[in-house]
Write a protein that binds this ligand. Structure first.
Ligand SMILES: Cc1cc2nc3c(=O)[nH]c(=O)nc-3n(C[C@H](O)[C@H](O)[C@H](O)COP(=O)(O)O)c2cc1C
Length: 550
């Protein structure tokens, strides 16, 4: 790797690894006096309250993968309300005896710190606004904060380049929210969270008969100008992450990738506008982590980097998946009941078929939900299998991109057996590397967390880091984390649908995982871990509804 920005990214990646004898740099304790407010507000901006939709029995969760009927008209106020209610809204409050309460959301977040902010850019919609506008979404009140209105001609120029009926959802990150607790590693966690949020929006949109696609043709400066975050400064500023096009369509509809040439007249209009509202201050004081600013700058999606990006289309049919019956589980119920397991019971197992079914979903077939991101999969799953009926415990590899198989065979330990597991569908690219009890290894690698050993399986998401950065450039680094977050989001939902539970694991010893697999250098790196199993509830905690009206 040559360029300076690539060196910055690689330096950051290496510097923020956890090792058993020293963790990535952080304060090392929680400075409660500076704990950030988990909710961004734009004080003074007009609030547009959204509806609180009742639980709908349809579509079913499994239908999302075969294609619920495409929505046949533009999204109206009830649909916009559901889009946010089922993706970025609060889902519960928790309270411990004798202590304060804290909120949980539909989308998960490392440490429940929620650095991800959501925005909506839409045409005039009855009951929301009589002109096209840019809104910030407030999960605390389940309301939109109108930041700026757009002239009709500007919206027409933007939307005429997109599929009919498109609404735009944008995501930004406040790194400080995460670095307050996790210090230098926080940049990674923020981008996992972005991936989870992309997944949450994509799934919620699918329940409405809509498809979601990442708009790759808008650079970070343009996105910040559109959202008005270019006016924020300092450690509490929001960083532009991504723009998502949400439009009517079923997973089976083949649509050209949406590209937008940001109209210069729109950018000029935005530059001359006053955005309504002042961002609230999140903390009384801050601890700066300069390396986060450096990696954020090095991974900025500039006009040049995105223009050069030409991902090939990806399709990898898997007949197996379509053969499984619908479990008649309401999608909205699965979405809203999603929760992280805080502990695993060390007993619950799952059937081999249920395991294969779950893994088939996590493979990227070119359809829902992975089609939200362009290009082929960059991530494979190295799995510690503990408790799957009729399957030997051991280390397994799910090669999500079959084109990676030869390179992965070269990269991992030569002694691995590469056996096809019994009963495994022919088109599921799962390999058993070694049969062994790997509970202790999984736990140790996961910063000694027993959720990794007491569940049914745990896994590490292995990315082709070096090749991806060489091919696309340093701006691709966060995008690898988005893909891991998207996989994590689907694992959470698949676990709920299977009657068990998942938990993201951001705390793991990177190089111990690499050593276990025999990986050397930076070619393949484990970016995110996850565990699935039978949860143990913390019965001391009381669960309260998300909103007073629910
Ligand atoms: C990127 C990421 C990393 C996480 N890492 C851990 C972890 O290492 N250990 C853990 O117990 N939980 C971990 N979690 C779970 C979060 O603590 C959990 O999402 C958060 O407390 C919110 O709770 P909820 O998922 O039930 O909404 C992680 C979650 C995410 C999204």
């Amino acid at each position: 790797m040559s360029s300076e920005t690539l060196q910055t990214v690689i330096g950051y990646h290496q510097q923020t690894k956890h090792h058993p004898n020293h963790y990535a740099r952080s304060l090392g304790y929680l400075d409660w006096a500076t704990q950030p407010d988990p909710f961004r507000r734009f004080d003074g901006a007009e609030q547009v309250p959204l509806d609180h939709p009742p639980l709908s029995p349809e579509p079913t969760y499994d239908e999302l993968f075969t294609g619920p009927a495409a929505c046949d008209e533009a999204l109206d106020r009830p649909a916009i309300s559901r889009l946010f209610y089922d993706s970025l809204a609060l889902s519960a409050w928790k309270q411990a005896p004798g202590s304060g309460r804290w909120s949980l959301r539909v989308n998960p977040s490392s440490g429940a710190l929620h650095p991800t902010e959501g925005y909506l850019v839409v045409d005039a919609i009855e009951g929301i606004g009589d002109r096209p506008a840019v809104y910030h979404y407030s999960p605390m009140t389940h309301a939109l904060e109108r930041r700026v209105t757009l002239g009709g001609e500007h919206w027409d120029r933007l939307s005429s380049q997109l599929p009919t009926g498109t609404v735009l959802v944008a995501l930004t990150s406040i790194y400080w929210r995460e670095s307050w607790k996790y210090g230098e590693r926080a940049f990674r966690y923020c981008h996992h969270d972005v991936g989870h949020a992309i997944g949450a929006v994509t799934v919620a949109a699918a329940t409405l008969g809509c498809q979601t696609r990442l708009v790759t043709s808008v650079d970070d400066d343009q996105l910040a100008a559109l959202l008005g975050t270019d006016r924020q400064q300092g450690i509490e500023a929001e960083h532009p992450d991504c723009l998502l096009a949400v439009f009517p369509g079923s997973p089976s509809s083949r649509i050209p990738w949406p590209t937008v040439d940001m109209p210069s007249s729109l950018l000029q209009h935005l530059a001359s506008c006053d955005f309504a509202g002042t961002p609230n201050r999140l903390s009384s004081n801050h601890q700066p982590w300069p390396v986060i600013d450096q990696v954020a700058e090095a991974t900025r999606a500039s006009a040049r980097s995105i223009t050069a990006y030409r991902p090939p289309a990806w399709q990898s049919p898997m007949a197996t998946l379509d053969a499984w019956p619908d479990r008649s589980l309401p999608a909205q119920q699965i979405i809203r009941q999603r929760r992280s397991a805080v502990d695993m019971d060390g007993r619950t197992s799952m059937t081999r078929d249920a395991f294969y079914r779950l893994l088939a979903r996590v493979c990227h077939r070119g359809g829902f939900p992975f089609a939200v991101l362009p290009g082929p999969p960059n991530i494979s799953l190295a799995m510690f299998v503990h408790r799957v009926d009729d399957l030997s415990p051991g280390l397994y590899l799910l090669v999500r991109n079959p084109q990676h198989e030869p390179a992965l065979r070269q990269a991992v330990k030569g002694e691995f057996r590469w056996q096809r597991p019994p009963g495994c569908p022919d088109d599921l690219p799962l390999w058993c590397l070694v049969q062994t009890d790997c509970r202790q290894a999984a736990q140790t690698i996961s910063c000694h967390q027993s959720i990794a050993s007491e569940g049914i399986f745990a896994l590490g998401m292995i990315a082709d880091l070096e090749a991806s950065l060489q091919q696309h450039g340093s701006w691709f680094y966060p995008r690898l984390f988005w893909e891991t977050g998207l996989i994590g989001q689907l694992l959470y939902l698949e676990a709920e649908a299977a009657g068990i539970r998942g938990t993201g694991i951001g705390c793991f010893f990177d190089d111990i995982m690499h050593e276990l697999l025999g990986l050397t250098g930076l070619g393949w790196q484990s970016l995110y871990h996850f565990t699935v199993g039978g949860p143990v509830e913390d019965l001391r905690l009381q669960t309260l509804p998300p909103y007073a009206v629910d």
